[in-house]
Design a protein around this ligand. Sequence first.
Ligand SMILES: Cc1cc2nc3c(=O)[nH]c(=O)nc-3n(C[C@H](O)[C@H](O)[C@H](O)COP(=O)(O)O)c2cc1C
Length: 316
Amino acid sequence: MNRIDFTKKIIGLAPMAGFTDKPFRQLVKSFGCDLVYTEMISARGVFEDYKENGFSKSLKLAEFEDAERPILVQIFGREPKIMAEAAKIICNKFDPDGIDINMGCPAPKIVKNSYGSVLMNEPELAGQIVKVVKRASGNRLVTVKTRLGWKDSKGVGDFILTLEDAGADLIALHCRTKMQGFSGDPDWDAVRQIKKNIKIPILVNGGIKKWQDVDKCLSASDGDGVLIGQASLGRPWIFQEIREARSITLSYDEITKICLQHVCLHRENCGNFVELKKHLLHYYKGIANCAKVREKICQCNDVKEFLSIVGTFGSQ
Ligand SMILES: Cc1cc2nc3c(=O)[nH]c(=O)nc-3n(C[C@H](O)[C@H](O)[C@H](O)COP(=O)(O)O)c2cc1C
């Protein structure tokens, strides 16, 4: 069942491998985020491990709590049959609101296997994948996250039209090309032109750094919402800033309090400390003494040590 409210502009969390895990998704939801994605999950990993063990490390990444809904589970791959099987397994096991297909990742190890952004160069196959995943996902949404093309944005309108014709229900568009990677200005304006020929909603992504950028992005793009990625790391309250259209400046102690909420959620979800540490470092960017705090956090090995570090700096 789809629980996404398309009648208003959606403010969502972009998928980020290694970051948009269960605890972080729960935290951003508590700050008013409308929609979350899991990190990208290998369709082949889900399919092959499940066949052998009835469960798998990949499949574990698709687990979520009801409080995280609406949630889209993102898969990557290129073989339609495997993509469809993986979608079926995930839907039967967890019943997410939808399956999102990664057609934008530029990471070398993804591109090497012709996954992610490579599918932008294979519109026929991309359409076929959407069709079979749609069939395998019952009445759930099937969505695609992609980019503004490989080198330039010339063919992206036609590509999205192909995805729409194949049955995609929503597109998230990172407004940079594959060649741009993660740097360079995102071209939000390009979405306005694309939207003229597309009926399904388009969520605009890329380069939203602060709450004031959301209005700029939506006015430029005419998008149906936005996805926030890096700007939410160590700053989950950006979703509250966007909701309330105001800046929220937090003291060191207030930041630490939110950080501890994150630690608690992480513990409840049995996460390991190495994964949590990546998040913790983000909270202590750009504050007084941040270099020292971050250096200490880098060296620490468990939550107890972390608490003692932040306690020490807090009392200075
Ligand atoms: C560490 C990291 C991991 C990412 N992992 C994924 C992913 O698993 N799937 C995906 O579609 N995009 C992924 N992305 C791309 C983001 O979803 C987003 O498109 C990009 O960061 C641009 O948005 P931003 O400027 O708001 O960060 C990742 C980005 C980063 C920085």
